[in-house]
Design a protein around this ligand. Sequence first.
Ligand SMILES: C[S@@+](CC[C@H](N)C(=O)[O-])C[C@H]1O[C@@H](n2cnc3c(N)ncnc32)[C@H](O)[C@@H]1O
Length: 420
Amino acid sequence: MSSLYPLFHKLENRRVTVVGAGSVALRRIRRLLEAGARVTVISPEALEEITSLDEKGELDWERRPYRRGDIEKADLVLTATGDHKLSENVKEEARELGILFNSAEDEGLCDFHVPGLVDAGALKLALSSDGQDPALVAAVSRQLESWLEAREEPEAANAGTPAGENQPAASSGKVYLVGAGPGDPGLLTVKAARLLENADLVCHDRLVSEQVLGLIPESAEKIYVGKEVGCGREIDPVELMISAASDGRNVVRLKGGDPVLFGRGAEEMIALAEAGIDYEIVPGVSALCSVAISAGIPVTHREVASEVIIRSGHAMKDDSTDAGPAETAARGTTFVYFMAINRLEQVIEDLRAEGVGEETPVAIVENGTLPGERVICSELSEIVREATAAGIRPPALILVGEVVRLREQLTAALEARVSS
Ligand SMILES: C[S@@+](CC[C@H](N)C(=O)[O-])C[C@H]1O[C@@H](n2cnc3c(N)ncnc32)[C@H](O)[C@@H]1O
């Protein structure tokens, strides 16, 4: 395939149609208006900034879906709707009319790319990798920006310009790996809530509750990137994040609980770091303590447990023969099992092999902190039978140890307070 021909296009008074009015479209529109283009936006709904540009007469917004004939008079056409089929239809019409076309959805449909931009006033540096290496584009633009900033700082100081003014606008976005907490939206951190408010794109897993997803503003695109049970992922979250951040978007990668506790968050961020993408990790409230205490169980207690062992059911061997020291249970240990409810029998067998006694209390908390929370408590010898009878399903946390007995005291104290 031939390489792209780089050019800077004069668009003053030229008619440009943008199909879509979300955050990606808005970024394209801002640049088009700066270039003096006459912009028509076609979309049933639009971000507030676009509606206000329409009210001020700076663009024309057609409040309806795209229909054939819409681009007949356009000089340039761009789509940014997230709808591939729609993009293909618009591309087809643009091709018939001989109009240059760009799609934010599909590189393959594009006649031209919107490059990464380092904007330093009159100096504009456009960067492209022919769509091959958006991460490299992001890394190079960041390097150029910091070089330009360093060059400008002494001059700014001489001219008495406050730091930060006249600095080039950032052209690459950032990825925030954010913990969404155990489900109750009240357990989201303040920082997480702020980042969600300002996100352009939120990529989330299955574990993020509906209540938390409900806090994502409409202006942000929301994409499920988790696995279907028994299948692989449809979307590679790392690729998606690299491409979105390289496109200048602020991305929130939202994961249940804390993002690096059995969350593969660290793996994803290492891949972003290798690709030169800027990222930040925002811890979240893990199910570990929050789900346990929602069921009235503190994971430690000065008199009964001074040690917590956290295990993942996924990491378990099928036939574990690793019997640990028999005194493990006697030391006052709380065992917390994540992702293990479908292997409960194996968990119990392993604990027996480690010397945990038949009478040790066990609690299972399903959907902790959420309206449908269920808790069952029993002893090691009985828990499999009781969990099966109750039909406990994921997500569920298994807690084993003397701390489980504290639940009775804690909930009794609470009930007494409520009734008095
Ligand atoms: C992939 S791990 C992620 C853990 C998460 N990073 C955290 O810090 O809580 C998923 C497991 O966490 C536990 N879990 C998460 N949220 C839960 C909830 N609301 N109620 C019960 N267990 C939960 C379950 O064991 C579930 O299978």
